[in-house]
Ligand binder design. Structure first.
Ligand code: ADP
Ligand code: GN1
Ligand code: MG
Length: 357
């Protein structure tokens, strides 16, 4: 069923933005929301905004989600600027029941799907580290869990088991090798959860989706300009944030690369991530949290692998796909990366120790 296109003039009016719409295009390569760059002619200049239709299948409590984002953006000195509606709300419900929000477009900076050099990795990781540091003293009650158990890797694993058993769309037989890979690594999924439950790892306010295209880097200096995609900012573990940076930045290939011989965890990028992250987060991390940073990378890569494989087995209902079997390609690529990390785990632990001194 095709959906009606967004009514830009109506949306612009609802957010109280002056000027006439001169262009509106889909923007970025996120897997979840529908993101548009909208240009307005304002007096003698063009100004761009990000209008985002929030995926309410994924985020089922939009008021709670936007309450989190309002608190976090208000607390951070730099970063995303949310434009409220004329009614003073953080989001808009359009006449078709879709949910929208509006950010200032961050100009002069870009998100990268693939890290090109250690400097980009260092700057990105410093930004995410600083983000965590600034939120250490976020006032007020605990943030809402916008997706409960988001990084509960045990529950993610059990959902994969259920998807294998159900085999809803008849794809199981063709992915036995990937299933075997996942089952052989079950032991990994409980470790951080158990340490957190024992009180050995503190709960923090974390971003939880620190993939490298969720931070904007200055076009000229590569400096981190803003951490974006704040939908999953909620209580979590430091290792989850460091881990997803490792998953997405160290990969020498795209997240859905089909030539697995190209997929490798780049140690020089890992080193830059450790340097950048610890230069900002080093002030508050405990020894126990540092101990788990290396595992965080492998675990987040594995967790994303099983999530992609689950979505493939469930019939591609969660992530956007642009070609058949893309979720399977993503899963295979994550598993190849896990293997590469397993081979280098010792070196990565040494780097963390080195960068901690
Ligand atoms: P998703 O949850 O679908 O990943 P994001 O919030 O990450 O959505 O937005 C998708 C992409 O849009 C980002 O990767 C980034 O390239 C771009 N983007 C998002 N917000 C802004 C902004 N304020 N300014 C410029 N680009 C942005
Ligand atoms: C999604 O929204 P985006 O594209 O930044 C997903 C992350 C996954 C990632 C995999 C809310 O991130 O958890 O790690 O895809 N976000 C959500 O690329 O599920
Ligand atoms: Mg994103």
């Amino acid at each position: 069923m095709s959906e009606s296109p967004p009514d830009w003039p109506q949306l612009i009016q609802a957010f109280g933005l002056p000027g006439a719409v001169t262009a509106a295009h889909p923007h970025g390569s996120g897997h979840i929301n529908d993101t548009y760059a909208v240009s307005l002619q304002q007096a003698d200049r063009q100004r761009r905004y990000i209008l985002q239709r929030i995926n309410h299948r994924v985020f089922t409590n939009i008021p709670a989600l936007m309450a989190n984002i309002s608190r976090v953006t208000a607390h951070l000195v730099h970063g995303m600027r949310l434009n409220p509606t004329v009614a003073g709300e953080a989001f808009l419900t359009d006449p078709t029941g879709r949910f929208w929000r509006c950010y200032d477009f961050i100009e002069g900076a870009t998100t990268h799907d693939l890290v090109e050099n250690p400097q980009q990795a260092r700057e990105a990781a410093h930004s995410f580290g600083k983000f965590q540091r600034q939120l250490v003293d976020l006032p007020g009650p605990r943030l809402h869990e916008t997706i409960p158990d988001f990084h509960h890797t045990r529950k993610r694993f059990n959902r994969l088991l259920a998807a294998i058993t159900e085999d809803r769309v008849g794809r199981r037989a063709a992915v036995q090798a990937e299933i075997d890979f996942a089952l052989a690594r079950e032991a990994m999924v409980d470790h951080l959860l158990a340490r957190a439950a024992r009180g050995e790892l503190p709960e923090r306010v974390t971003h939880n989706d620190t993939k490298i295209n969720n931070v904007m880097l200055d076009d000229h200096t590569n400096e981190g300009v803003a951490v974006i995609d704040l939908d999953t900012v909620m209580p979590g573990l430091a290792a989850y944030d460091f881990g997803d940076m490792v998953r997405t930045a160290t990969n020498s290939a795209a997240e859905d690369e089909t030539d697995l011989s190209k997929v490798r965890c780049r140690l020089e990028i890992f080193d830059a991530l450790a340097e950048g992250y610890l230069s900002a987060a080093g002030t508050f991390l405990t020894d126990a949290e540092r101990e788990e940073l290396e595992l965080g990378g492998r675990l987040m890569t594995f967790e994303n692998g099983i999530r992609f494989l689950t979505d493939h087995l469930e019939g591609d209902t969660y992530y956007k796909i642009h070609r058949p079997s893309q979720n399977l390609d993503r899963a295979r690529c994550q598993f190849a990366l896990v293997q590469s990390m397993e081979m280098q785990a010792h070196d990565m632990r040494a780097i963390i120790a080195d960068r901690s001194t």
